[in-house]
Design a protein around this ligand. Structure first.
Ligand SMILES: [Zn+2]
Length: 345
């Protein structure tokens, strides 16, 4: 089990990065992985801070997270003999840093600039161009430095997506319980409780989650970090990724560019909760309150494509038993679920 050793959250905490590196005995060389934008927002500041403290640092910019991007980052880790990697950005940049650091067996530090999903603290990474459309095991960050002043500058839509990803843990845990009961799959009560608590935290504080409210950002940040820890404890994405995530992966195949990961998982969670015969209206209402999509139209996808995505979702990952694998839904049943929940009109 790998867990972060330092988690620093709050206004202006980015400047504490050198102190964190020193405590972790990581005195360089350090490689920063960032995107163009995240480099301007935070990467340059981190690089300057490290240099001022005599730490040898280099920065590499990545655009996407393809296999080639990972190989390129790895090549730079070897060339610069980096002792640690700092990933600065939203999901993709953090994932690129996480995976390449893990493959080169050096520690990784997560500096999120947006809160669009739970990858900021998880040991998993999603990479385009691999044979699997879902996340693969990499490593947990050794430290997380989440500066809310920086995160507050990101588009609000990213926060909405992060909330969708957190709320989706309700059905992810339901699916995990189902797999435990029916397929005798390992089930970890503690990891499941952590994931569930994250979803509850976001739902119960939905009224705080609005632009300009730092408290709301903090709630989401803590919820997403808890999700990451839940996955580290479970040793897989199981507590945080069930049928609603399979539905989101299936939707990715129907439309490009697609809606954000957490937006799709939120809608998937409404459908999944209905299929589990549990409180789907509460999930839908919380998403609405936050301003997250609850319909195919709001996701920008045709009704028939959404229904088809629900039908084929179980095939994306046959070994991950969920309510979709149990019910083996045909198109008509999927359509009925989507109509009753108001996801399609
Ligand atoms: Zn997710």
């Amino acid at each position: 089990m790998q867990l972060p050793r330092e988690v620093i959250v709050g206004n202006g905490v980015l400047k504490r990065i050198t102190e964190v590196l020193q405590r972790l005995d990581l005195n360089g060389p350090i490689l920063i992985v960032a995107g163009m934008k995240s480099c301007q927002i935070a990467g340059k500041q981190v690089s300057d801070l490290l240099q001022q403290n005599g730490i040898n640092v280099d920065t590499i910019l990545v655009q996407k997270v393809t296999r080639q991007d990972i190989l390129m980052v790895e090549e730079n880790i070897r060339r610069l003999k980096s002792r640690a990697l700092i990933g600065i950005g939203g999901g993709t940049k953090i994932d690129a840093a996480k995976l390449s650091a893990s493959r080169q067996k050096i520690p990784f530090i997560s500096v999120p600039t947006t809160l669009s999903h739970d990858g900021i603290a998880s040991p998993l990474a999603s990479v385009k161009g691999l044979d699997k459309p879902y996340s693969v095991m990499a490593q947990a960050p050794l430290a997380i430095i989440a500066d809310t002043d920086i995160i507050a500058q990101a588009p609000w839509r990213a926060v909405i997506s992060g909330c969708g990803d957190a709320i989706a843990k309700f059905t992810a845990v339901k699916d995990w319980q189902l797999a435990h009961e029916e397929k005798e799959e390992y089930y970890g009560e503690y990891a499941a409780s952590l994931a569930l608590m994250s979803a509850k935290l976001v739902i119960e504080n939905a009224q705080l989650i609005k632009p300009g409210n730092d408290k709301g950002l903090r709630v989401l940040l803590e919820a997403l970090i808890s999700c990451g820890v839940a996955m580290s404890i479970a040793g897989s994405s199981r507590p945080c990724s069930g049928s609603e995530h399979l539905f989101s992966h299936a939707l990715d195949m129907f439309k490009f560019p697609h809606a954000m990961h957490g937006e799709q998982c939120g809608v998937g969670s409404i459908l999944s909760a209905y299929l589990h015969d549990t409180k789907w209206k509460r999930i839908r209402d919380s998403l609405k309150q936050i301003g997250a999509p609850t319909t195919a139209c709001e996701l920008g996808v045709k009704d028939e494509d959404l229904i088809e995505a629900l039908r084929i979702a179980a095939k994306i990952r046959p070994e991950r038993y969920t309510i979709l694998h149990k019910l083996k839904l045909d198109y008509k049943t999927c359509e009925k679920a989507a109509r009753i929940t108001g996801v399609v009109s």
